[in-house]
Design a binder for this molecule. Structure first.
Ligand SMILES: [Fe+2]
Ligand SMILES: [Fe+2]
Length: 204
């Protein structure tokens, strides 16, 4: 085949207008033009799931870095705030771009409700952590819980939910969702805040 990422069905489904963009200015044979279009159609970076996984990787890295910090340090505060603001805007945009659609699909309703409920729990954990003295043993204990729960959440999205969702979406859906996600994440990030709030049953 020559192009390992080609998906023949994807190319057949490619809108004519998009195919034209690639044909213009490309002086190759018809098969080369087709390959270019086919390759473009499933470039992984344009897919909502690739985009979400990219954020998840950043979040895993931030959790690793926070775990290496200690006490009431500027580094710990900055990394924790960066993590919180990015996760909050990621989760909100993920709900707007992906989960809102999946909620309307009966086969995906349970997974969607589960994930959105976890977003809420994670929000509460981050707020509680922000309200806790960073130099206290309680902060580390709560951070370990957040680290565990967040990794569980994104592992489950990547391993269980996203593969199931992919079956229910067209490539056009996935590309459109990516552009909605990018737009919404930017807007959510601009409004995101650290909101310290103790959980009712929080230990201190
Ligand atoms: Fe999520
Ligand atoms: Fe996510």
């Amino acid at each position: 085949m020559g192009w390992p990422f080609l998906a023949p069905r994807a190319f057949r489904d490619a809108p004519a207008s998009r195919a034209l963009v690639h044909v213009i200015g490309k002086a190759g044979t018809l098969s080369r033009q087709s390959s270019l279009v086919g390759q473009r159609r499933i470039t992984v970076s344009e897919d909502i799931f690739a985009r979400l996984k990219q954020d998840h990787e950043d979040h895993r890295e931030l959790l690793d870095k926070i775990a290496e910090t200690s006490g009431e340090s500027e580094e710990r505060r900055e990394l924790f705030e960066k993590f919180t603001l990015d996760v909050k805007s990621h989760a909100a945009a993920e709900e707007q771009a992906l989960y809102s659609t999946m909620l309307r699909k009966p086969k995906a309703t349970d997974d969607t409700r589960h994930s959105v409920a976890e977003h809420h729990e994670l929000d509460e954990l981050m707020n509680d952590l922000a309200a806790t003295d960073m130099s206290s043993p309680a902060w580390l204990q709560k951070f370990k819980q957040l680290d565990h729960d967040y990794r569980h959440h994104i592992d489950e999205e990547e391993e269980d939910h996203f593969p199931d969702f992919e079956e229910l979406l067209s490539e056009e859906d996935r590309e459109h969702m990516r552009s909605v996600f990018d737009r919404r994440k930017k807007a959510e990030k601009a409004d995101a805040e650290i909101t310290p709030e103790k959980m009712e049953d929080a230990k201190e």
